[in-house]
Design a protein around this ligand. Structure first.
Ligand code: FES
Length: 106
């Protein structure tokens, strides 16, 4: 289990133990974290799982695939720390990962 912290736009935060192998998106959905809708179920086709990764974590994550970059272009207010949480697979290396949720999902 790996600790992931999700911070809502109003700064309310949730630190959750997520099983390795799940995505950061699935960890949010299974624990009723608001703000991640995941309309496409993780197939990189909706951008409603968009999160802002804390700067200190951003470069520790696997690089984005082209498809993720394209989908992030359609997300609500993406920035240079944006990722699709369905593409972030939880592992021991991500213990302590912190992501911030957009003010709204598209
Ligand atoms: S859940 Fe749809 S792109 Fe991530």
């Amino acid at each position: 289990m790996t600790k992931i912290t999700y911070i809502e736009n109003n700064e309310k935060n949730y630190t959750i133990e997520v099983a390795n192998g799940l995505s950061v998106m699935e960890g949010a959905i299974q624990n009723n974290v608001p703000g991640i809708d995941a309309d496409c179920g993780g197939s990189m086709a909706c951008a409603t799982c968009h999160v802002y990764v804390k700067e200190e974590w951003f470069n520790k994550l696997p690089k984005k695939e082209d498809g993720e970059e394209d989908m992030l272009d359609m997300a609500y207010e993406p920035n240079k720390f944006s990722r699709l949480s369905c593409q972030l697979i939880v592992s021991d290396e991500l213990d302590g990962l912190t992501v911030k949720l957009p003010i709204k999902q598209a």
